[in-house]
Design a protein around this ligand. Structure first.
Ligand code: 164
Ligand code: MG
Length: 330
């Protein structure tokens, strides 16, 4: 199979403000595969190094190993240290009618409607304005980043936000590991008191601290706790699931969780309480990630809104481009 590699850089409309700091530009790699019958498939490598994936440079180095040709079997040679590469090259295999008893079939994608998609709000006070347009588009689940400004300021904004929105709105909070144990307990108590459902508090503490902290708050709060950075790669997902199982919600970003077939089999075997989430990838990686999420949804895995309400974060028409049109721009 022939493969062509093109890097991309795409600015967000505005930097995404999280506890990791501002993120202004999405960089990645688009792969174009052409098989012997001339059939073309696109894949995407969308690293998030601060989540624990490979860097863009490490991904490039792997891609440079291939001349213009590669065999599907070589996907199995991609190490677990390159999860975004495993996902990107895996696109070639997930398309072909590759017959194997172990293969998890992923039917073609029916794009999910806004009701089943969580929209990402702007961080801070901008959320007080930002939610309305997304509500009018049909979104009913929203995610808001915290752990960026001072606790008192964010708690005040939270109280304004939950009073301003319709009571049917469901809100997720994502601290990106930016809170202390004490601040997280304060947030959980606040969420329990909120006048609308707070679906979960995502990654309140950093991966290195959260698992030891969980037992201290077990059974104290109604609001669920989710992990994201703690399970960014497949190895981490396995380890955390073994340790805390169904005590938490798993926010899984297929684009950085490694081989999609392996992820699918893990989800089918363990049936974790999972939210599939965007890695802020392009429509190419998004399409592949959503196909996986939809196929697992059809198997009864996760009924939670998909964390893919992010197209509005990209400038221009990036979110609606076809794979061929996007490739032609690179
Ligand atoms: O999960 C969602 O609803 C949207 C995607 C999202 O929030 C993120 C995507 C990529 C990196 C992170 O800053 C952030 C997250 O922490 O979940
Ligand atoms: Mg998150």
């Amino acid at each position: 199979m022939r493969v062509e590699v093109r890097p991309y850089r795409r600015p967000f409309r505005q930097p995404l403000q999280t506890a990791h700091g501002p993120w202004a530009v999405r960089e990645g790699i688009i792969l174009r595969f052409e098989d012997e019958q001339g059939q073309v498939t696109f894949g995407e490598i969308a690293p998030i190094p601060w989540f624990g994936t490979e860097t863009l440079e490490q991904a490039r180095a792997w891609c440079d190993r291939f001349s213009r040709n590669f065999a599907l079997e070589q996907i199995d040679d991609i190490p677990d240290s390159l999860p975004a590469c495993q996902f990107g090259f895996g696109a070639a295999r997930d398309r072909v009618a590759w017959v194997s008893p172990a293969r998890f079939e992923m039917p073609s994608l029916k794009p999910p409607g806004p009701l089943s998609v969580c929209a990402l709000l702007p961080t801070g006070a901008a959320a007080l304005e930002g939610w309305q347009g997304l509500w009018e588009q049909g979104h009913r689940t929203f995610k808001w980043k915290i752990g960026v400004a001072a606790l008192a300021e964010e708690l005040s904004l939270f109280q304004q936000l939950v009073k301003a929105v319709p009571s049917e709105l469901r809100l997720r909070l994502d601290a990106n590991g930016g809170l202390t144990g004490e601040e997280a307990a304060t947030w959980l108590a606040e969420c329990d008191r909120a006048p609308l459902p707070i679906e979960f508090l995502e990654q309140p503490l950093p991966p290195a601290q959260i698992l030891d902290w969980l037992p201290q708050v077990k059974g104290q709060f109604q609001t669920a706790i989710a992990v994201d950075e703690s399970v960014a790669t497949f190895r981490q997902l396995q380890q955390v699931y073994e340790r805390v199982g169904r005590q938490v919600v798993y926010v899984v970003k297929p684009a950085i969780a490694g081989d999609s077939q392996r992820l699918a089999h893990f989800c089918l075997q363990h049936r974790p309480d999972v939210v599939f989430s965007s890695a802020l990838e392009t429509p190419i990686g998004r399409h592949q990630a959503l196909r996986l999420a939809q196929a697992l949804w059809n198997q009864g895995i996760s009924k939670r809104a998909l964390g893919f309400g992010v197209e509005h974060w990209f400038a221009d028409d990036w979110a609606t481009l076809s794979a061929e049109a996007l490739w032609a721009q690179l």
